[in-house]
Design a protein around this ligand. Sequence first.
Ligand SMILES: Cc1ncc(COP(=O)(O)O)c(C=O)c1O
Length: 392
Amino acid sequence: MFDINRVRSQFSSLSQGFVFLDAPGGTQVPDSVGAAVAQNFKDASGNIGFPYETSQRIGALVDEARARSAAFLGCTADEIIFGANMTSLNFTLSRTLGRDLSAGDEILVTRLDHDANVAPWLELARDRDLVVHEVDIRDDTTLDVEHLERLLGPRTKVVALPLASNAVGTTVDVARVASLAHAAGALVWVDAVQYAPHFPIDVRALDADVLLCSSYKFCGPHLGIAYGRRELLESWRPYKARPVGLDPVGHRFETGTLPYELLAALVATYDYLEGIGGIDEVTAWERALGERLLAGLPERVRLFGSPTMDDRVPTFLVNFEGVSSDDLSVALAKEGFGVWSGDNYYALGLYERVAWGTALRIGLSHYNTVEEIDRFTDVLGVLVAQGGGRRG
Ligand SMILES: Cc1ncc(COP(=O)(O)O)c(C=O)c1O
């Protein structure tokens, strides 16, 4: 049984009465994660690699952060690469792969992707004369896998795709796409930023070649984490300062000094997640919350994406005919609810296809309660009936 009170008691930020429904933008952080940053500055100053205690502690911390991230993603510690955030890691890794690509080689991206998994390929294509194709979606926002199959060809080198959409929450059957992509000789490059907070990840079961996520989306520090299949990483020529060692292989792609205090925070994040029963527990709880939300949304809602909790994460994009989403978001903030209003949400291909105008993104996290959801849908219903609540 998921102990929501125990979960919430670990977050000072959740004791103020404000209801955070903005998890896809960034989650709240348990106090232990913040404390780990401060503790690291006290215990493990300076830098790695020296024979005295405080430096040795940094070495042990980096090893632990790699091992724990590997356990989180289902790979080995040497396959983990840390970076500033997902976007920076993706530019770095795509450009590294790009050294082996030739003019005319093709990359597939999808309409469900956040631009952090599209722009790196467009920029690489511009510099190296590659061709980028965009895989379409069906009207229900699920990936059009038949279209993907038609686009796959002998020149396809990479299929870049998300596990879950940051805008509409739709999930993708990456394992199925991976078998098609691999049969065509292409790499599978997965953006797991919006999936990692909600479902367990096993990169081997997905058969991903590269997978990226960001720990500030799952109650951790602002830090990017990537997995790269070992043989692939070994085959790449890294952009690195020359004296940097070649082992572990993932380290070759980490430029400069790592943010040790954030790695300490990351270890504390994994401790927190394990302490609440792991992501499996989170999945079941969030499904129940999502069902509650869907059942309570005002009748005139326009929901973009799956109308049930199947094939989605608990991220819901909605708007209401004749009601300004921006006004709603401001009015909701005044009532104590944190919900974003926006247009493309960085999902440019999806926005072009679905054209929702502006919409509210309601993003649930495991720290939300049934009572919060009920209160939210009640207030939303009143505001929508009043035409959105006025600004000012
Ligand atoms: C699906 C998805 N991919 C990538 C990113 C970019 O992540 P980062 O902020 O770590 O660069 C985001 C950010 O919201 C996202 O939602």
